[in-house]
Design a protein. Structure first.
Length: 197
């Protein structure tokens, strides 16, 4: 039987297992076709899962497009997470990064692909080392206030940046990060990692 946990410090309940959909689509030379992806999705829901993870870049947007089809009958029950940051067009400087312009453009494109009015959890996919924390957190808060996203999240970012961002959000009354997706690697957790590598 599936168990549920609270998402961060929110009251939102998510299944303890999250369905990752990075391989919904075959654009990268591997992955599942439409029918196999739908079967995985349906099986996950039948077992009580309600937490789905995707990203704007997964299989060049196909993952989000197919999920847009799959989620229609269960949208209210699902907690849908997607990510932004990575390029959609390599040669366009404002179509990647953590800044407000890319965030807003990415959310609008994801909403269309996902065929939904809102995203439950929007992750910053990875730290870009250039966007000011103030710009980032204010942009997240604006999206929360507009109803386009419910919760901000962050992935692949040093803990000190996450802590600093949440402290700023608390000080300013902005929406803090509710989820932190970190790299799951014992090598990255050891102080000796530089010597190991």
């Amino acid at each position: 039987m599936m168990k549920y946990k609270l998402l961060g410090r929110s009251g939102c309940r998510v299944s303890e297992i999250c369905l990752g959909t990075m391989t919904f689509g075959e654009e990268w030379g591997y992955g599942a076709n439409y029918e196999a992806s739908k079967k995985q999705f349906d099986t996950f829901l039948s077992l009580g899962g309600n937490f789905i993870d995707t990203a704007n870049r997964y299989t060049e947007g196909t993952s989000e497009k197919w999920l847009g089809d799959f989620i229609q009958t269960e949208r209210e029950n699902l907690v849908l997470a997607t990510k932004y940051t990575l390029f959609m067009q390599r040669d366009k400087p404002n179509l990647h990064g953590n800044h407000r312009k890319n965030m807003v453009q990415s959310v609008e494109a994801s909403l269309k692909r996902l065929k939904t009015d809102y995203i439950d959890l929007l992750y910053l996919h990875m730290w870009d080392n250039s966007t000011p924390i103030e710009e980032l957190m204010r942009a997240f808060d604006d999206l929360v206030r507009s109803g386009k996203i419910l919760y901000p999240g962050i992935s692949d970012t040093p803990a000190w940046i996450v802590s600093s961002a949440n402290t700023l959000a608390q000080l300013r009354g902005w929406s803090p990060f509710m989820a932190y997706q970190l790299e799951y690697s014992l090598i990255q957790r050891t102080p000796e990692r530089d010597m190991i590598l």
